[in-house]
Design a protein. Structure first.
Lengths: 113, 110
């Protein structure tokens, strides 16, 4: 059982380049989330999708877009990467009927030069 | 904006010692979760506390939710090197999103 799978694991971008982070879950969860983790700041919510077909902004959405492609997949896009977006990105999913226990992927480590 | 403050930020102790990590907020949460994160991995849920005053034990780890549901603590008895990691508390807000604390990085030296 793979759980939550994120690709790629590592990425280096130049300022202004674009890229899409992919996330897929095989637990039939309704809700999916994108977080960024920076030193000393815990995890901050970028965007979330409470159910297929819906997306909402989280705490730090600027510079990002998301697509809930289907129930399994939730992608995060950086249209024009900036050095401030250097971070570790985590995707998570939850079955909202179970107290919002979230299951996380292993993360994507992104450096923007 | 709801905030969760964790303390201490870093803790380096000898194997066998006890420790307590605190998670405090001025806001009330419907429940609070504790996660542990190891290097190169995502956070993994340890426990959820729901009721004010609730105490849950997971082997050598004891979790407590404050009576007013604004704070929580994690106590580890006789820490072992395998306890090393980043401990994160997360409050569940009124719209069922998680608000994470900044984390406590624990190093247990053999």
């Amino acid at each position: 059982n793979a759980g939550v799978t994120q690709t790629p694991k590592f990425q280096v971008l130049k300022t202004g380049q674009s890229m899409t982070l992919q996330c897929a879950q095989d637990m039939n969860h309704n809700s999916m989330y994108w977080y960024r983790q920076d030193p000393g700041m815990g995890l901050r919510l970028i965007y979330y999708s409470a159910s297929e077909g819906t997306t909402d902004k989280g705490e730090v959405p600027n510079g990002y877009n998301v697509s809930r492609l289907n129930k399994r997949e939730f992608s995060l896009r950086l249209e024009s990467a900036a050095p401030s977006q250097t971070s570790v990105y985590f995707c998570a999913s939850s079955d909202s009927g179970r107290g919002n226990i979230q299951y996380f992927g292993a993360g994507t480590r992104l450096s923007v030069l | 904006t709801q905030l969760l403050e964790q303390s201490p930020q870093f803790l380096s102790i000898q194997e066998g010692e006890n420790l307590t990590v605190y998670c405090n907020s001025s806001s009330v949460f419907s429940s609070l979760q504790w996660y542990r994160q190891e290097p190169g991995e995502g956070p993994v849920l340890l426990v959820t506390v729901v009721t004010g005053g609730e105490v849950k034990k997971l082997k050598r780890l004891t979790f407590q939710f404050g009576d007013a549901r604004k704070d929580s603590s994690l106590h580890i008895t006789a820490a072992q090197p395998g306890d090393t990691g980043l401990y994160l508390c997360a409050g569940v807000d009124s719209s069922y999103k998680l608000i994470f604390g900044s984390g406590t990085r624990l190093l247990v030296r053999p």
